[in-house]
Ligand binder design. Structure first.
Ligand code: T3D
Length: 272
């Protein structure tokens, strides 16, 4: 077999300065998740997390789609119809693939930018929404495809959607499963920025560069604190802020940033 006969890698990895870009690469199936793509993505996220030169990760899709969620033709989807509830394939798929992926994103040690280049459906939509900032091409759309195949939102959708859009909109999106154009997704608070299609990668790169130039630990603690803040009362949120602020305030990043401000120069942060 010549190298040109080899199957294309399911995920492409590229690095520019401190920004790593992961491109889902199954365009013929709108980058839906099969086992190979899932494993490659988990490994690439682990690699980026371990590489201290990486200060921001951008996730995008090859071709005309971002990600169509679970590959519905994947053999792993073949749950026994009418079989015992215990240990069906779908439950296992969620526990073994999607839940660990979501937890990895929520705890990731750098900011994450989703550059949504096309349709993001099912777990693909919620995968994007689990990133810190979502930039979408104007022609992109988001679709909670689950109800149409007799399922509920997963990949953290039940937790995320009401928090991002409010209960009423979350129910409308999840029950109807309509395509939500990027502009409307931005108006609902799901998306940070919409841009012309041809500007998507440059816009995401500029955003990633800005994030990479900021103190990474503070950005990650910001995500964790906001997520926690949505679940605890004010007293606990204040206590958490005090604990984290105390730790960050003594960090080299914070000292350098304050010094740079006083000296009227750009801050120079060490690798994370
Ligand atoms: O087990 C579990 O349930 C675990 C958790 C699952 C979470 C989920 O993600 S459930 C939701 C799964 N996703 C879907 O239900 C979405 C299915 N896809 C669509 O509804 C449509 O494809 C889109 C609305 C996303 C896009 O429509 P359109 O008209 O732009 O494209 P298309 O023609 O439907 O699709 C293009 C190709 O991609 C097509 O293949 P072909 O005919 O050109 O060879 C289509 O079959 C393929 N494709 C699209 N989505 C999937 C897919 N192949 C496998 N799995 C997909 N999810």
């Amino acid at each position: 077999m010549s190298p040109s006969d080899a199957a294309p890698p399911p995920l492409l990895v590229a690095q520019r300065d401190a920004v790593r870009t992961l491109t889902l690469n199954r365009p013929q199936a709108l980058n839906s998740f099969n086992g190979e793509l899932h494993a490659a993505l988990m490994q690439a996220l682990d690699d980026a997390a371990a590489d201290r030169s990486v200060r921001c990760v951008v996730i995008t899709g090859a071709g005309r789609g971002f990600c169509a969620g679970q590959d519905l033709s994947d053999p792993a989807m073949a749950a026994p119809a009418g079989g015992p509830a215990e240990g069906t394939s779908i439950g296992r798929l969620i526990e073994e693939r999607y839940a660990p992926l979501v937890m990895k994103l929520r705890q990731f040690p750098t900011p994450l930018v989703a550059a949504v280049n096309g349709v993001a459906a099912g777990a693909g939509a919620n995968f994007a929404l689990n990133c810190d900032l979502v930039v979408a091409a104007r022609s992109a759309s988001f679709l909670q495809a689950f109800s149409k195949i007799g399922l509920i939102p997963d990949c953290g959708g039940t937790w995320l959607l009401p928090r991002l859009a409010g209960r009423g909109r979350a129910l409308g999106l999840a029950m109807l499963g309509d395509r939500l154009p990027a502009e409307q997704a931005a108006a609902m608070g799901l998306v940070w920025q919409v841009c012309d299609d041809e500007q998507l990668q440059a816009t995401a790169a500029a955003l990633a560069d800005r994030l990479a130039a900021l103190p990474t630990a503070a950005l990650v603690q910001t995500r964790l604190a906001l997520d926690k803040g949505g679940q605890v009362d004010m007293a606990e949120a204040l206590a958490h802020e005090a604990r984290v602020q105390d730790e960050l305030g003594r960090s080299a990043d914070s000292r350098e940033a304050v010094q740079a401000f006083l000296e009227r120069r750009p801050a120079r942060f060490a690798p994370r």
